[in-house]
Design a binder for this molecule. Structure first.
Ligand SMILES: NC(=O)c1ccc[n+]([C@@H]2O[C@H](COP(=O)([O-])OP(=O)(O)OC[C@H]3O[C@@H](n4cnc5c(N)ncnc54)[C@H](OP(=O)(O)O)[C@@H]3O)[C@@H](O)[C@H]2O)c1
Length: 341
């Protein structure tokens, strides 16, 4: 086997609030030699996702915290460059939970590794965005928890990101009136003009309650929750009887040192006289549909039916800054890191 140096970003110390210099650091070490059944994958694209931030805290959420000294978790698209397994050939393209590193060795029975069907014609990095985990999240959360009906009003926060992009366009395909919420005029224009939502409210414009009310004259039947905070408080009084709220995440709280102390969407919704049907969901609840939904979304990407945006940081050296920016909305669409070709 050829020798490779692996660069990785590890958790050096737990961030207190926003990530500071020295919290995440780059390490370099040789890639270990392959045992029988092992596969070596070179990372081409790394996905940056909001859930990674709470996992840097020393608190158990729905997933275990990242250990000190461990590589930051994350999914990537990579190419098999060496294989001691019949299941993977050199040249295969896969999505795998490599973490933030340039090479990954895994046994050929590792879970959550999927070969990419390049015949569909979607760009590789889309399998980390709208045709990947975030896209399946938007699709499943909307369809199976939101259960929208034609003619209903569906509101989607973080509307220009990959989860919101798919949830909103899927709701449009079902015949709903779809209203996005996003930060800034440019993102709102994109959500309406490119993604085809009926309206989009700029929550940073200073008039959120009134603007949202004006955009939802018939109230809200489904609210797809991505952000929490002031947005949830503005949505809550507009929810119709029988409304459903899939709680996908609440990114506005992810930099909090103590997630237990923040006001969550559950607090806001439960305080209503008639709380809507609401629950937190995880995309992995529908893991058995992974391939089917990936094919559906990748097909829509390839045909141009599903529109989306991406923001690309170049190289692992720029991953931390890109990640910090994403938590503040500096990304426009799916935040990726391009590592290699
Ligand atoms: N449950 C699951 O299985 C699952 C799986 C994947 C993702 N998720 C969740 O889905 C949500 C969206 O993920 P994504 O990958 O599509 O991310 P994303 O939208 O690309 O990035 C996060 C966005 O959140 C918005 N934001 C940040 N701070 C905010 C604040 N204080 N108030 C309102 N909006 C704020 C920003 O957009 P603006 O510029 O528009 O503010 C930012 O671009 C996250 O909550 C994530 O944790 C859940």
């Amino acid at each position: 086997m050829a020798s490779y140096q692996n660069r990785a970003i590890v958790l050096n110390q737990r961030p207190d609030g926003e990530i500071q210099d020295g919290d995440l650091v780059m390490t370099e070490s040789p890639v270990r030699s392959l045992g029988e059944g092992d596969v070596l994958v070179k990372t081409l694209w790394l996905s940056l996702d909001p859930y990674m931030r709470p996992r840097m805290n020393d608190a158990k959420g729905y997933m275990d915290p990242i250990g000190l000294g461990d590589v930051i978790v994350g999914e990537s698209v990579g190419r098999v460059i060496e294989s001691r397994s019949d299941r993977y050939q050199v040249g295969d393209l896969v999505t795998d939970y490599s973490g933030w590193q340039e090479y990954n060795v895994f046994p050929d029975d590792a879970p959550m590794v999927y070969k990419i069907d390049t015949s569909i014609g979607a760009p590789l990095q889309a399998y980390l965005g709208v045709a990947g985990m975030p896209g399946r999240t938007g699709y499943c959360g909307l369809m199976y928890v939101g259960k929208p009906q034609a003619g209903e009003t569906v509101v989607i926060s973080a509307a220009s990101g990959p989860v919101g992009t798919v949830a909103g366009q899927t709701a449009k395909q079902l015949g709903c009136r779809v209203v996005g919420i996003a930060g800034g005029e440019q993102k709102c224009r994109f959500v309406v003009e490119e993604l085809g939502f009926d309206a989009c409210v700029d929550y940073k414009a200073g008039n959120l309650d009134a603007d949202l009310k004006a955009a939802c004259p018939d109230g809200i039947d489904v609210y797809f929750e991505n952000v929490g905070g002031a947005v949830t408080r503005a949505v809550a009084p507009l929810l119709n009887k029988g409304a459903r709220v899939p709680i996908c995440g609440y990114v506005s709280a992810y930099n909090a040192s103590d997630m237990g102390a923040v006001e969550t969407p559950f607090h806001v919704l439960k305080a209503l006289d008639e709380p809507p049907e609401h629950r937190f969901f995880l995309v992995t609840e529908w893991q058995d549909q992974h391939q089917e939904i990936t094919r559906l979304l990748a097909g829509q990407v390839a045909s141009g039916k599903l529109k989306y945006r991406e923001t690309v940081a170049e190289g692992l050296d720029n991953a931390v800054e890109a990640f910090k920016g994403m938590l503040k909305g500096r990304n426009f669409g799916k935040q990726l890191v391009h590592i290699a070709d």
